[in-house]
Design a protein around this ligand. Structure first.
Ligand code: ADP
Ligand code: MG
Length: 483
């Protein structure tokens, strides 16, 4: 066990299970034909069922069922051929029916697993179950001082609740788990994984125990909607629990909220038990039956999953584990990478995508998918490096400006007056002048201090103001020094 919390009385182990709510990517809702389009005018996408009108009956959306089956299969899970929709009864202003249609004892997907990378290698995280359920509406409190409003556009949208076993033992593992799960959902297209819009959010169950002891009492932190917040919430909550226990108090099983501004969690309500919800099978909906043919058909249509892609990338393009992992996290990124690497050496492509391009996107705070950058744009620039027209360093210097111009790569560097010196005699002259200025070092080098080679290269590059072609410098320098 690598991650332990230091307490006054010794080390503590952290134990977590996550309940991830993933909104199914579907044009219409789980039990109505209302649109799920994001950003529409409040209450413009609500049918009678979604607003809890008496007499309105739910009709299952088979497309959403297929998405849940697909998700289960991608998580190596058992698909239950018979599952039951239950009513989970509670009152809340954003829940007009007075109950949520969910699944309880008989969910559509049973146990499975997914694999994450940890610093100690791969680890399999158990999936307990996935159930299909409706989302609630949204309460809006920030419009004016006096009133609250309800928007029912989200009411009735399809959710998958993906429950993990308590197999996660560090904030980093929880983050890896959510990233891997998101990558899988995005890849198969069952959820768009957009955490900012709340399309993927996690309830994080946290407990602590002395290593080897039985599970401690857990607190559930509700609705955390970014990977960074998940990590922060876990760090805060686990320390809080350790302090409580070490001060002779008990952890109350309760529901807590994470406040991103303070980085703290605070109590929201005592934990309700399942019997509080008076679950019972929804009399308006028959059991959901799924036959083998349907499962088989969906299985045959599954795309290459992130783990398979990662394995292939490592073999085909000789990538390091870390690079492969981040390239397959987003399907759009991995296709972009494959377009580039088709005609070019993978080494230069990997470093330009994962370092230069990613840091540009991070700085601009956008996803590659939402940017206007095409793989040709990057490819054209890489080709100029590869054919020696410009150096890697020159390319880095102009990268941001280049991305934002409409000019073709070759026109752009012409306009900027950038050119790499690839003329052999010019480079020879540069090298000779450097060697003349450093006669003693040249002697040292010839007597065996080979490390100095890098120093000479550096000096030549400096003299040329970064314009000398580095391969050519290396080659000519080697020649001249061996004379
Ligand atoms: P509920 O639906 O009431 O929250 P579940 O039994 O479905 O309860 O469990 C919810 C989650 O809590 C699961 O992901 C499970 O792995 C996790 N969990 C259960 N016990 C513990 C514990 N002692 N510490 C941390 N997580 C736990
Ligand atoms: Mg729960």
């Amino acid at each position: 066990m690598s991650y332990l919390i230091d307490g006054k009385t010794g080390k503590w182990e952290l134990v977590m299970g996550l309940e991830v709510h993933a909104q199914i990517k579907s044009n219409s809702k789980l039990f109505s034909t209302a649109s799920t389009y994001w950003g529409a005018k409040p209450n413009s996408q609500v049918e009678l069922v979604d607003s809890g009108m008496p007499g309105a009956l739910p009709v299952i959306n088979e497309y959403c069922v297929d998405q849940a089956i697909k998700t289960g299969l991608s998580l190596n899970a058992k698909i239950n051929k018979k599952s039951i929709f239950d009513r989970k009864n509670y009152f809340y202003p954003d829940l007009p029916q007075g109950y949520q249609i969910s699944q309880f004892e008989h969910p559509i997907v049973g146990s499975g697993f997914l694999v994450i990378e940890t610093e100690n290698g791969q680890k399999s995280i158990g999936i307990t179950r996935i159930h299909l359920e409706q989302d609630a509406g949204k309460s809006i409190h920030d419009q004016d001082d006096k009133s609250s409003f309800i928007d029912l556009n989200r009411s009735g949208c399809a959710l998958m609740e993906i429950v993990s076993e308590p197999d996660l033992n560090s904030p980093e593992e929880a983050a890896q788990y959510v990233k891997k799960l998101r990558a899988i959902l995005k890849c198969i297209g069952s959820c768009d994984g957009n955490m900012e819009r709340g399309n993927l959010r996690a309830d994080v169950n946290v407990s602590v125990r002395k290593p080897g002891e039985k599970l401690g009492t857990r607190c559930e932190i509700k609705n955390v909607n970014s990977i960074k917040f998940i990590q922060q919430a876990i760090e805060y909550e686990s320390k809080r629990q350790v302090e409580l226990i070490e001060n002779g108090e008990n952890v109350n099983q309760e529901t807590r909220l994470f406040d991103p501004n303070s980085g703290e969690t605070r109590s929201m309500r005592g934990k309700e038990e399942s019997h509080d919800y008076r679950y019972f099978p929804d009399p308006d909906l028959p059991p959901l039956m799924i036959n083998d043919d349907r499962i088989e058909k969906i299985k045959n249509q599954l795309p290459e999953l992130p783990d398979e892609k990662k394995k292939r990338f490592k073999e085909e393009y000789k990538l390091k584990d870390y690079d492969a992992e981040i390239l397959v996290e987003d399907q759009f990124v991995s296709s972009f990478f494959e377009e580039l690497v088709e005609k070019r050496d993978s080494k230069i492509v990997v470093s330009w995508v994962t370092v230069e391009l990613f840091s540009y996107l991070k700085k601009k705070d956008i996803q590659l998918q939402d940017s206007e950058i095409k793989s040709k744009k990057i490819g054209d620039l890489l080709d100029l490096i590869i054919d020696g027209s410009i150096s890697n360093r020159q390319a880095k210097e102009i990268f941001e400006e280049y991305i934002e111009t409409d000019l073709e790569a070759s026109d752009f560097i012409k306009k900027k007056g950038i050119k790499q010196v690839s003329d052999k005699s010019e480079i020879e002259a540069l090298i000779k002048s450097v060697l003349q200025k450093n006669v003693e070092m040249v002697d040292d080098y010839k007597r065996g201090k080979e490390k100095l080679f890098g120093f000479f290269v550096g000096q030549v590059m400096k003299e040329s103001k970064g314009k000398a072609n580095p391969q050519l410098v290396n080659q000519v320098l080697k020649d001249l020094l061996s004379k």
